[in-house]
Design a protein around this ligand. Structure first.
Ligand code: DX5
Ligand code: ZN
Length: 222
């Protein structure tokens, strides 16, 4: 089993407390920062522009986990300061050139991930497994934080783990994104998820302090 890792969703962070938040993340060995980039076209929201991503990069050494909810990502990779060790997830539904885009991400030394909306079948991955380091399974419809888990996506996580293992790609990571609450994270881990996008229903939950929430979440995904 791939060790579980946490990628806090920076669209859910309190911008007024960003330095303190990033310091806690560094102290608790948070593995990635999830950067939800939205263009108002692929999803009906605008979020986390290129300058914001560059600012975050200057403030921390934690690798970025770009979730590009943008159309034609193959034309826009150069808009971002992608560094070796980052994750870059592009939506299979947002490009006619998934294989080319994933190859271009790997050529930058970053980890290519294919993101799948809830309704998109795993067969979208059939011919790109050799250029994938991860699959980002959306457990809500992309675009907004604070939504509720789509129950069918729990089966999709398990189906994806079986699919990857059956094709000899057990080292491909499964990332889950959307209402990854303390409770849902336990089910997602049991289903085969490895990388957890932590947002308003876990690490940034209002009814707890950040450090306690991180410790509680770490326990949930062990
Ligand atoms: C959806 C976003 C959200 C965000 C986390 O497009 O990707 O999933 O990261 O939001 P919560 O954890 O509140 O669902
Ligand atoms: Zn996301």
């Amino acid at each position: 089993m791939i060790p579980s890792k946490i990628s806090p969703s920076m669209m859910c962070a309190d911008l007024a407390a960003l330095p303190e938040t990033l310091a806690v993340f560094a102290d608790t060995d948070i593995e990635y920062l999830h950067m939800d980039v939205m263009d108002g076209h692929f999803v009906e929201n605008l979020c986390l522009g290129t300058d914001f991503c560059r600012q975050i990069r200057k403030m921390t050494a934690i690798p970025l986990d770009y979730h590009l909810m943008i159309t034609e990502p193959e034309k826009k990779l150069s808009w971002f300061d992608i560094q070796p060790g980052d994750i870059v997830a592009v939506h299979a539904e947002a490009t006619h050139h998934l294989q080319k885009t994933l190859t271009a991400i790997r050529a930058r030394g970053a980890h290519p991930f294919a993101a799948l909306n809830p309704a998109t079948p795993l067969s979208a991955l059939d011919y790109v497994l050799d250029v994938l380091d991860g699959v980002l399974i959306m457990t809500v419809n992309p675009g907004f934080a604070g939504q509720k888990l789509i129950p069918a996506t729990l089966d999709k996580i398990a189906d994806c783990r079986r699919f990857l293992d059956a094709h000899g790609y057990s080292d491909i990571v499964i990332e889950v994104d959307g209402n990854v609450s303390f409770e849902n994270a336990i089910k997602m881990r049991a289903a085969g998820a490895d990388l957890f996008v932590a947002g308003t229903s876990s690490v940034f939950a209002k009814d707890g302090d950040l450090l306690t929430n991180i410790e509680k979440f770490r326990e949930a995904i062990r």
